[in-house]
Design a protein around this ligand. Structure first.
Ligand code: PGA
Length: 251
């Protein structure tokens, strides 16, 4: 059985003080959530403080991005061992905002995924089609290429440590959620692609999150689809009550 995983992607939001206050509220509402992995992904500036604030709780820590090299002349970047040192066990890679605004390609995401795994981090690899790609019937071609490219060369053991996040770009921050049936179709397709490049056991074991305008009101129906194993939550993760309600949707 796959354990559902709900991750809050805070994006470029929350000062350290705001982040610590939000963690306190989330920690106070975690009762009954043992069956769900809950990961907080604050901005880099708040990783250390959030790492300290979650100590001793069931919450886990993730970064939103990293560079593929371990160190060097890459002004403005952070490396996998650096975020690992701050207590991160996860890192979001290839988010559509990184792909769109920072020109990240599947090849870059793949290098980052390998570097993350080498540093003991579990990558959350994001894939998803644009609206025009969906409307022209290319969803599977686009998502299939992203999954194959981003995860190229990963061993079966690496795949088992990897989380895939399916986030249709047209659903991110727009209030338009994929229907549970639309999301389930793509999740089942991603699992078929994983099987093609590993085996059935691995394909059935990898967790695949849904992301894109998940809210308390739609989380449970999405998360109860057979191939959806929790979610990657943006806007609704910035407030404790809505984030906790979404986590409960994965029970
Ligand atoms: P959203 O963002 O929940 O605000 O749509 C999801 C994401 O970008 O991970």
């Amino acid at each position: 059985m796959r354990k559902p995983i709900v991750a809050g992607n805070w994006k470029m939001n929350k000062t350290v003080a705001e982040a610590v206050a939000l963690v306190a509220e989330i920690k106070a509402g975690l009762q009954g959530l043992d069956a769900v992995d809950v990961v907080l992904c604050p901005p880099s500036t708040a990783l250390q403080a959030v790492g300290q604030a979650i100590a001793g709780s069931k919450l886990d820590l993730g970064a939103q991005n990293m560079h593929w090299e371990k160190s060097g002349a890459f002004t403005g970047e952070v490396a996998a061992p650096m975020i690992r040192e701050l207590g991160c066990h996860y890192v979001i890679l290839g988010h559509s905002e990184r792909r769109q605004y920072f020109k990240e390609t599947d090849e870059i995401v793949n290098k980052k995924a390998k570097a993350a795994l080498a540093a003991g981090l579990r990558p959350i690899v994001c894939v998803g089609e644009l609206l025009e790609e969906r409307e022209s019937g290319r969803t599977e071609a686009v998502v299939g290429a992203q999954v194959r490219g981003s995860l190229a060369g990963l061993s079966g053991q690496d795949l088992l440590k990897t989380v895939v996040a399916y986030e249709p770009v047209w659903a991110i921050g727009t209030g338009k959620t994929a229907t549970p049936a639309q999301a389930q179709d793509v999740h089942a397709f991603i699992r078929r692609v994983l099987k093609e490049r590993s085996d059935d056991h691995i394909a059935q074991s990898v967790r695949i999150q849904y992301g894109g305008s998940v809210k308390a009101s739609n989380a449970a129906e999405l998360f109860h689809q057979p191939d959806i194993d929790g979610g990657l939550i943006g806007g609704a993760s910035l407030e404790a009550a809505s984030f906790l309600a979404i986590c409960r949707g994965a029970l």
